[in-house]
Design a protein around this ligand. Structure first.
Ligand code: SAH
Ligand code: SF4
Length: 377
């Protein structure tokens, strides 16, 4: 891999950067659009096959750039149709991406970092600590791999992915520039063409970056609240000590106001038995969200070993939801999908202590048996 590392990886260029790249070569803007289509719609990694580009241009591109694709080391299918890909990234780590098919849509859950520095008490990614930010190529590469897995090589791909949520590993607002570039690609008509309403960034509340986000892009926003008062939220989501609930809600409202259309924020609330799932918490939550256009997504806690938390009974979950509905909120319960393949929320890094060894196992398995599943891109 090292001799190709000097070359620019076109997979990771946002639409604007692709234009700048071709402008530097003395080429017109439409070349950038052609290239985006070759990469993201046709999945064509070979410049020689890009027949609408001149031969000298193709030769020049082969010299200075490349289309370096993520390497899939493992793929898993859940009984319920959920799919999971494990991809190797530079430095020996692995990242996981999950596809969740539903009746009317297909949602891809994308990671933004390896690990996470924010250490929320109920999140297995947080328990793993922070390793590094993902590059644009590594973020959009997850969409690429999933999108291409639904089509035959050389054909224009089918649109199975209708929604992307930045809800995999990591805090997307702490990898701001790369996440924004990748989301620009998700929404560009020459790449994935997703509606801005259907690309959602989920944050635990990095308030200053929420302000900045609203200045550069208009994706949908999900806010991981999980507690209706600062005392409790300080324990569950430590970044709350820096940006308490009042500031977070104000930033959420300002973000919504910047959007050109009337859109609601999604408020994520992971329910943990005896911690934040009492009726009084629902009452406080209704008060906190009184002036925020939102839908509340209740996520029954997904257990992992030694987490110290329990998933509440269905009755407790329904009681919480029904209270919110009685106060005229839209409140839904996120159904757990793919937990037989460790693909459910917060399980993305798998069994915590086992994580590194598990990634190594995938990688070793592929190296040892050299089976084609390792190169299913
Ligand atoms: N860092 C971002 C996005 C990734 S987490 C954020 O925190 O918003 C995606 C969602 O899954 C968040 O709402 C997160 O709080 C939730 N989550 C994390 N661990 C969970 C678990 N064990 N059970 C249920 N939800 C969990
Ligand atoms: Fe990081 Fe989000 Fe997990 Fe918190 S919930 S540790 S912000 S990935």
């Amino acid at each position: 891999m090292s001799e190709t590392n000097q070359k620019i990886n076109l997979l990771g260029l946002s639409p604007a950067k692709m234009e700048a790249f071709f402008a530097d070569l003395g080429e017109k803007k439409f070349r950038a659009q052609q290239m985006l289509k070759w990469i993201h719609q046709y999945g064509e990694p070979n410049f020689d096959n890009m027949t609408n580009m001149s031969k000298p241009l193709r030769a020049r591109m082969s010299e200075i750039c490349e289309i370096r694709l993520p390497e899939v080391v493992y793929e898993d299918f859940s009984k319920d149709g959920t799919r999971k890909w494990v991809m190797r990234v530079d430095g020996g780590s692995a990242i996981e991406t999950v596809y969740i098919p539903e009746k009317d849509r297909g949602t891809l859950c994308v990671s933004s970092q390896i690990g996470c520095s924010l250490d929320c008490s109920f999140c297995s990614t947080g328990k793993q600590g922070f390793n590094r930010d993902l590059s644009v190529a590594e973020i959009i590469g997850q969409v690429y791999v999933a999108a291409m897995s639904f089509h035959e090589p050389g054909e224009r791909r089918e649109r199975k992915i209708t929604n992307v949520v930045m809800m995999g590993m990591g805090e997307p607002l702490l990898n701001f520039d790369n996440v924004v570039d990748a989301m620009q690609l998700m929404m560009d008509d020459n790449a994935y063409g997703l509606s801005k309403r259907r690309v959602t960034l989920s944050t635990s509340g990095v308030v200053p970056m929420m302000e900045k986000l609203g200045d550069v892009i208009d994706v949908s926003l999900a806010v991981s609240l999980h507690a209706p008062n600062d005392e409790l939220r300080n324990q569950l989501v430590p970044i709350n000590k820096k940006y308490p609930i009042k500031e977070l809600i104000a930033a959420t409202n300002r973000y919504l106001n910047k959007l050109p259309d009337r859109r609601k924020a999604t408020i994520e609330y992971t329910l943990m038995e005896g911690v934040n799932d009492e009726l009084e918490h629902a009452e406080q939550l209704a008060e906190v969200l009184r002036d925020t256009p939102c839908k509340i997504n209740l996520i029954p806690f997904n257990p992992f070993p030694n987490s110290g938390y329990k998933r509440p009974s269905n009755n407790r979950v329904y009681r919480f939801r029904d209270y919110l509905i009685s106060k005229n909120f839209i409140a839904t319960i996120r159904s757990t999908r793919g937990d037989d393949i460790d693909a459910a929320c917060g399980q993305l890094v798998g069994r915590v202590e086992d994580r590194t060894r598990r990634s190594e196992r995938y990688i070793n398995a592929v190296q040892l048996d050299d089976s084609p599943r390792g190169n299913s891109v």
